[in-house]
Design a protein around this ligand. Sequence first.
Ligand SMILES: Cc1cc2nc3c(=O)[nH]c(=O)nc-3n(C[C@H](O)[C@H](O)[C@H](O)COP(=O)(O)OP(=O)(O)OC[C@H]3O[C@@H](n4cnc5c(N)ncnc54)[C@H](O)[C@@H]3O)c2cc1C
Length: 407
Amino acid sequence: MSAAFPLTRHAALARWHEFLPATPSYAARRNHVEVEHPHVSRLSPALRTRVILEDEIITDTLARHSLPSVEKWLQEVCWRRYWKGWLEMRPQVWRQYRQALRTERQNLSAEQKARLNAIEQGEGGIAVMNHFARELAATGYLHNHARMWFASYWIHVERLPWQLGADFFFRHLLDADPASNTLSWRWVAGLQTRGKTYLVRRSNLERYMAAHLLQDSPGLELLEDDRVSPALLSAPAETSPQPPADFPTQAPRLTTHFGLWLHPDDLCPEVGPLAQLSPSAIAAVTSAPAYAHFQLSRGRIQHFHTALADALTRSGEYFACPTTLEEAPTTAEGLFEWAQREQLRDIVAYAPFVGPIADALPQIRRRLAEIHCHLHLIRRPSDVEVHTLAKSGFFPFWEKARAQVSK
Ligand SMILES: Cc1cc2nc3c(=O)[nH]c(=O)nc-3n(C[C@H](O)[C@H](O)[C@H](O)COP(=O)(O)OP(=O)(O)OC[C@H]3O[C@@H](n4cnc5c(N)ncnc54)[C@H](O)[C@@H]3O)c2cc1C
């Protein structure tokens, strides 16, 4: 039996090979929530850090099954890319979310603060939601349906600011992803597809949740179908999508020795355009102050460390060069120290996506410029192809993405 939430490439590939034969029955089973989540892949922590790649999942799936028999599965795999592309073209939505989070936190009344803390600790008024809050804190994972129910309960029943709920998820989820998380919360709130909210309903819970998990479950009456009504929220006016940042899809030809930077937005340098490189040193950076700033849970930090250690070991063997894990106050500082020590004039990395790592890029570039070191950021060709398709809703996106994956 493979790991519950595989964090290394080896474990992720094992889980994937175990799950691949079941992908044709995914559509029928995926919405059912059971203990240990047997009907879904549980690959999101590995996919989010790119310990395993969507491209690999898509290729393997279509090598084994016909597209119509696994279309729902491939659609879900591509939802992550859709959200990523959508946010790459609207980076201001991430910035607005982070700003609103600070304001909403400051504006909470004492009563709201107490209620929010109780809900996060699994001590709110609805037992099944308490179960989800505790499961999230204990495992760093929730089934997709549970995420939808919980987010809807937070926003439309408790009427708490969606940004604080998104932050609760972001602090704990092993797969916490600036695009999938922020935009899914906006979607439940009715801000992503304007006017379309997702409402949690008792009948839906009873249909899809394993019966024994709902037995003796006080508070369900608060979720009766005709009881939950949408909270009407306002959001900044939408702007049209901008072309995503333009990154080369091929690694630069460097003649002097250079370094390879690994970060948790892409931990698979041995597959793709960076695989041909010959770096003289490889580094990843961890930063306790950054973890504290985002108030990341212990489980989430451990996940990062496991995934980074795995990527360093793999890439050290693949590229046959020394690796280092820098602990520093900031990523910029860690890269600066490493580049200075190794006398690097160039560093190559996959371009981070909109989110905390990309937010640090201006500071990283400034610090590296002090020692005349240049940062080269590369994007995978399939990301470039797919991201620009996320101009509007998912289904127009999928029409085009479907044609690409079946090429
Ligand atoms: C409120 C809310 C918050 C969410 N926050 C995150 C998050 O921070 N990070 C994250 O990766 N996903 C997030 N999701 C999406 C989804 O819930 C998870 O990707 C999925 O549950 C991961 O479990 P799995 O790997 O077992 O999924 P499976 O059902 O096995 O799906 C396989 C893969 O497809 C992708 N996928 C499936 N469903 C979705 C979806 N709805 N949106 C985007 N990608 C999807 C994921 O990469 C997933 O690993 C969120 C959804 C909601 C409703």
